[in-house]
Write a new protein. Structure first.
Length: 124
């Protein structure tokens, strides 16, 4: 296999991202939630470090979802018939996404919660 140029590598990466966005509902949901979280952070005028922490949390979930999709696709290729280990591997990859989402939600509560509470308390 020949080495790809940098432009070809980027083209392949964006083709994969485009495919994932078109075919993976959960990825679109995670991205929408991330946009809402970052929009809320902007509305609350959080400091850059807090926004960066939220961005890392959102990115972790999105990356986990894309890797889950890649792993499931590969498993479907190498094991088209049901196999318990293939099923277990898919379940473990899905568990990684859930864990990333739960930790991201925890970060979101810790970072957004106090600022949101203060904003709502001062307007009421």
């Amino acid at each position: 296999m020949r080495n790809r140029t940098l432009a070809e590598s980027f083209r392949c990466a964006f083709a994969g991202l485009s495919h994932a966005l078109r075919t993976q509902r959960n990825l679109r949901l995670h991205l929408a939630a991330g946009v809402l979280v970052l929009g809320l952070a902007a509305w609350l005028r959080l400091p850059p470090a807090a926004v960066a922490l939220l961005l890392v949390a959102v990115a972790g979930v999105v990356v986990a979802e894309v890797l889950n999709t890649a792993l499931e696709t590969m498993i479907d290729l190498v094991s088209p018939d049901y196999h318990p280990l293939a099923g277990l591997t898919k379940n473990l990859a899905a568990a990684a996404v859930i864990l990333a989402a739960l930790f991201a939600a925890g970060i979101g509560l810790l970072v957004l919660g106090p600022a949101l509470w203060a904003r709502l308390a001062s307007s009421g």
